[in-house]
Design a protein around this ligand. Structure first.
Ligand SMILES: C[S@@+](CC[C@H](N)C(=O)[O-])C[C@H]1O[C@@H](n2cnc3c(N)ncnc32)[C@H](O)[C@@H]1O
Length: 374
């Protein structure tokens, strides 16, 4: 058997599968001690009983346990997927899950798991429809301009596909669609939806993703509310079939086909996660066919997590695109009357995994553009 470490290097998603179980027993830790302080402090005010504060803590315990059912399901789907799809043996899995589980828990991995829970709502529930419509519709409108009969012959790549709803919706338009995602957290959660044993019917699962942050909440019912998902059940196509395909790994280095392979590349809230935006632009350009189309929607929130080496302004991104070999359809000012409105560059006010019941909104003025490879 290969050493544990070499398996870890080869199969980082296995490691992440070990982290999901941490959610249920560490779900409280991001709160720190402050939420417990009123109960244990000697000056505890009995008025807190009147407002039901201890019950609020009880409810938090309950929703963490309920969310734990989903995170356990993710682990089940990941285990099955690895034992079926990879050379990692069951023994190696067991060794990993018992050896590496606890030391790896930290607030960063928990926040990634909580992010995944919110993505189930944004991507795969009826409650996420309004947020999805604002950001998906501009992209799907461009792709809908091509006649339905031509679409099956067109290949679309969606790098940084997250929980893959956009890629799935593009595939339902009839395009041969490849989603590519680096994060084992996202891929594990998507596997949970894809697995015919963990997800069999719509609205089968429930998640309570907002109870982890008590700021801006109007009441406990909203804070701890559950959201059912999925609204549809995604499945992958077989290798040679037209449909949705998933490639797990780094878009910059993964085998995604030869140069000039794709008719479209679609990026949503993606390019600003680049460590080096120039490498991202070049990779998109290389993978597109000559005359191929890149559709982008997103802000420029350069990712401090990924330690972006370049943090360009929008104007600088456009200049870099020109240097790499793109032209923006309809011009950078978006005023070319020869182009249909849906192709024009514009700003779109939008949100990202927001809580619609919260007393706060975070609005992005995201940029939308359609660019052609020259
Ligand atoms: C802000 S999220 C957006 C996800 C998705 N596009 C959406 O809108 O829901 C960016 C995603 O890109 C992924 N990502 C970042 N760099 C990547 C890379 N080099 N290859 C593949 N995925 C990457 C991240 O893991 C993350 O899931």
């Amino acid at each position: 058997m290969r050493s544990l470490l070499s398996i870890l290097n080869l199969m980082p998603d296995i490691l992440i599968a070990c982290l999901f179980p941490c959610y249920a027993f560490s779900g409280f830790s991001p709160f720190g001690s402050h939420i417990w302080w009123p109960i244990f402090h000697p000056n505890f005010h009995c008025g807190l009983f009147t407002i039901g504060y201890p019950k609020k803590l009880d409810r938090l315990t309950e929703i963490i346990e309920l969310n734990g059912k989903v995170t356990d399901g993710i682990v089940t789907a990941m285990k099955r997927s690895y034992t079926l799809d990879s050379s990692a043996s069951w023994d190696a899995w067991l060794a990993l899950s018992s050896t590496y589980k606890e030391p790896l828990i930290d607030s960063r991995c928990l926040s990634r798991i909580r992010e995944v829970l919110k993505h189930f709502v944004r991507d795969w529930s009826d409650a996420g429809l309004s947020e999805r419509t604002v950001i998906f519709e501009p992209i799907l409108s461009v792709l809908s301009m091509l006649s339905s009969s031509s679409r099956a012959h067109k290949r679309v790549l969606v790098p940084g596909s997250g929980l893959c709803r956009l890629a799935y919706d593009i595939s339902t338009l009839g395009y041969d669609t490849t989603a590519c995602e680096l994060s084992g957290y996202m891929n594990g959660a998507f596997r949970f939806l894809l697995d015919p044993e963990t997800t069999t019917t719509t609205s089968q699962h429930e998640v309570h993703p907002y109870g982890h942050w008590w700021s801006h909440s109007r009441n406990i019912v909203d804070l701890f509310r559950g959201v059912r998902f999925p609204d549809v059940i995604p499945r992958l196509a077989m290798d040679a079939e037209v449909g949705l395909h998933l490639k797990e790994g780094d878009f910059l280095t993964l085998e995604l086909g030869t140069p000039n392979s794709y008719d479209y590349v679609v990026t949503l809230f993606f390019i600003d996660t680049s460590v080096n935006i120039l490498s991202t632009l070049e990779r998109i350009h290389t993978l597109l066919k000559p005359g191929g189309i890149w559709i982008n929607l997103g802000p420029l929130l350069w990712c401090s997590d990924a330690q972006a080496r370049l943090e360009l302004s929008l104007e600088e991104v456009f200049e870099a695109m020109g240097a790499v070999g793109f032209v923006i359809v309809g011009g950078t000012d978006g005023n070319d009357d020869d182009e249909p409105d849906c192709m024009k560059r514009r700003s779109i006010s939008c949100e990202y995994t927001h809580d619609e019941q919260a007393m706060m909104r975070w609005i992005y003025e995201a940029e939308f553009w359609v660019a052609k490879k020259v």
